[in-house]
Write a protein that binds this ligand. Structure first.
Ligand code: DP6
Length: 329
């Protein structure tokens, strides 16, 4: 009997400090602008991939339950990319579990496609550089290319498939930032990121956002390298608001914020005026990620938890890179 090729990998989600919003090539997930993120420690997806010559289609279990057709289709399409790369043609069983509830308000596609990419290639017996893994993970979910890296990562937009991938800007130990995620609503999004990227170009503000991206990227990169919290706070908040301005002015418009989202944005601004080092950034949903240094974290966490409408607060330090848990057998 042919032996099963199997491997398990783990990856963490990430919070974008400079956002990816809009593609120049949707199929290849080539972004309109580069982005920078912090990988989130303590949260992870663990994925096992088993290439099994006896099965005639791919299968997907999410948290032990068979996945719906849309999730399975997206994973099968990504497996096709990985199979073509690895020169394999067998189908695979994929079993994936998040250690954070899917309703926790943290997007799981970044950790999911980073873990899937690493597990599948390891199962196929292929060892890749982290740059190559990142480039392949990008095909499954753009932000997944950053989750291959630990600590702080920068995804350079590149000019094509070959040069669009993330590299590590600094390891997590460089700067012990904390991301306090104020979870406001666990409800699934009406319009997800993949569709949102397609709408970005319909906003008259997108061209200006993209044109100014090199300046924001450089300010953010420098702030991280110098551990300059005030400079980071300024550019992170500007970049998040610019992305949401594009979302709100696309056709159809996307308004991800809830009343509590705005309440937290205003509270964070007043805490900062009062001397607390904290800033806010929001991905494609209502939840607010509040970044601060460890000394400010207990005060910020307590204040966030007492805002009416906040369901829970997750505290995430910088996380590690995607890693193999069991080598291919
Ligand atoms: C707002 O990477 O989730 O979180 O490639 O379609 O999976 P797909 O999109 P995704 O988009 C991320 C959007 C964002 C900003 C960011 O993470 O940079």
């Amino acid at each position: 009997m042919a032996s099963l090729r199997t491997a398990t990998a783990e990856a963490s989600p990430n919070i974008a400090l400079i956002k990816y919003w809009g593609d120049v090539d949707h199929a290849l997930r080539l972004p309109a602008n580069g982005s920078i993120s912090m990988t989130l420690g303590g949260l992870s997806t663990v994925t096992r991939v088993t290439f099994d010559p006896t099965i005639d289609r791919d299968s997907l279990l999410l948290g032990g339950e068979p996945a719906g057709p849309a999730a399975l289709e997206r994973v099968a399409r990504h497996l096709d990319v990985l199979r073509a790369h690895a020169g394999l043609d067998g189908h695979a069983r994929v079993e994936s579990t998040n250690n954070f509830p899917s309703g926790a308000g943290v997007a799981s596609s970044a950790s999911a496609f980073a873990a899937l990419t690493l597990a599948a290639l390891t199962a196929a017996g292929i060892a890749e550089s982290s740059e190559s893994l990142s480039r392949l993970a990008r095909r499954g979910s753009g932000s997944a290319c950053r989750s291959i890296m630990g600590g702080f990562a920068e995804w350079r937009a590149g000019t094509g498939d070959a040069d669009s991938f993330a590299t590590q800007l600094a390891p997590g130990e460089h700067w012990a930032l904390v991301d306090l995620v104020a979870v406001i609503s666990a409800a699934p999004k009406a319009i997800g990121s993949t569709e949102g990227h397609r709408l970005a170009a319909t906003s008259p503000l997108q061209a200006a956002r993209v044109a100014d991206a090199p300046r924001r990227l450089s300010q953010c990169r420098e702030a991280i390298l110098r551990r300059d919290f005030d400079a980071l706070a300024e550019v992170v908040e500007l970049d998040s608001l610019m992305m949401h301005a594009v979302m709100m002015t696309s056709t159809p418009p996307l308004l991800y914020w809830m009343p509590t989202t705005v309440e937290i944005l205003q509270a964070v601004a007043s805490w900062r005026r009062g001397g607390l080092g904290v800033c806010a950034t929001i991905d494609a949903g209502p939840n607010v990620h509040c970044l601060c240094e460890p000394g400010a974290a207990p005060a910020v966490e307590g204040a966030l938890a007492s805002v009416p409408g906040v369901e829970r607060v997750l505290a995430c330090p910088p996380g590690g890179p995607a890693r193999v848990l069991h080598p291919a057998s």
